[in-house]
Design a protein around this ligand. Structure first.
Ligand SMILES: *Cc1c(COP(=O)(O)O)cnc(C)c1O
Length: 299
């Protein structure tokens, strides 16, 4: 485990916790150590400030560094959203070939960012599960850089917990509220707090609350529109409590954040929407997980 005194002397990136990360920073864009701000009695961690605009860069930086370390020259992933963007961007940064599988029904606008990073897009007819199966099959001959299944992705997202504890003066928050789709953030954060507890850097776990969409099959929060997360059992074990929020609550939270200067995408406001339903008497931290989409430049 890292030594807080050493960490304090290092550059402000997630790699300052390098002793706790199982790979070297072979593919990095200076990511991490995002601001922790106090907003109306709540701490919000601004993970919109990543190269691709979402926390998925935490996982992609570590997973693609692992690929580089292993000499892997091309990967596949399945996601039409922020995970696809993050994997495509880090592959571009690391000069690794990248193919992203997406459902054929995906809106072309959503795919523009992935394309700009130079990834190959493969449209798969059928359901989201069919797309995952196609990526898994292709991964047998290359490498399946899955944000859902690869534990190296979680070794990246766990740095969120390290940063929060350091930014609170090496103390543990009371409550952590996070959006949950496939659980790549929540499972990583749980891992991060557990590792700090084992190392004696904190003396208890925070209360971990997961927030889901009331209706994941048709929510405006696309990033958590996951009906059957493959790691549901692990998620259930990691959280102390699950709650749901409606699209109306998500929109209200999004507007409340924008009125404070934070322009997030709907999924990026889900954690805050969860916090707004709580009666806050303790030290609560949530994450702004992704920024609002910019209007697209036609090139
Ligand atoms: C992916 C994503 C989530 C949900 O993360 P999971 O790993 O699927 O639980 C939340 N917010 C944003 C902005 C995302 O991109």
């Amino acid at each position: 485990m890292f030594d807080p005194d050493q960490v304090a002397l290092r550059p402000p990136t997630l790699w300052r916790y390098r002793e706790a990360i199982p790979v070297k920073p072979l593919v990095t864009m200076g990511e991490g150590f995002t601001p922790l701000l106090e907003l109306r009695n709540v701490f919000i961690k601004n993970d919109t400030m990543f190269p691709t605009g979402s926390f998925k860069d935490r996982g992609a930086a570590v997973l693609i560094s692992y690929c580089k370390q292993q000499g892997i020259t091309s990967v596949v992933e399945d996601s039409s959203g922020n995970a696809g963007c993050a994997i495509a961007a880090y592959c571009a940064a690391g000069d690794i070939g990248c193919e992203i599988f997406v459902p054929a029904s995906t809106s072309p606008d959503k795919l523009k960012q992935i394309e700009r990073y130079g990834a190959k897009l493969t449209l798969v007819p059928g359901s989201r599960a069919d797309t995952a199966a196609a990526a898994e099959l292709a991964g047998e001959s290359t490498f399946y850089a899955s944000h859902v299944h690869q534990d190296h992705f979680l070794h990246g997202t766990k740095t969120w917990a390290f940063e929060v504890v350091e930014q609170l003066g090496w103390s543990c928050p009371d409550v952590v509220v996070l959006p949950v789709g496939n659980g790549s953030l929540l499972l990583g954060v749980h891992m991060g707090f557990s590792e700090m507890l084992d190392a004696g850097l904190i003396d208890r776990m925070p209360r971990l609350i997961g927030v889901k969409a009331e209706n994941p099959s048709k929510t405006i929060a696309h990033g958590i529109g996951i009906v059957n997360p493959p790691r549901a059992e692990e998620i259930a074990t990691a959280v102390d409590e699950m709650m749901t929020v409606s699209d109306d609550q998500i929109i209200q939270a999004m507007h409340a954040l924008a009125r404070c200067g934070h322009d997030v995408e709907p999924t990026g406001a889900v954690g805050y929407a969860g916090v707004l339903t709580l009666d806050v008497h303790a030290r609560v931290v949530t994450s702004l997980t992704g920024r609002s989409l910019k209007s697209l430049v036609r090139l």
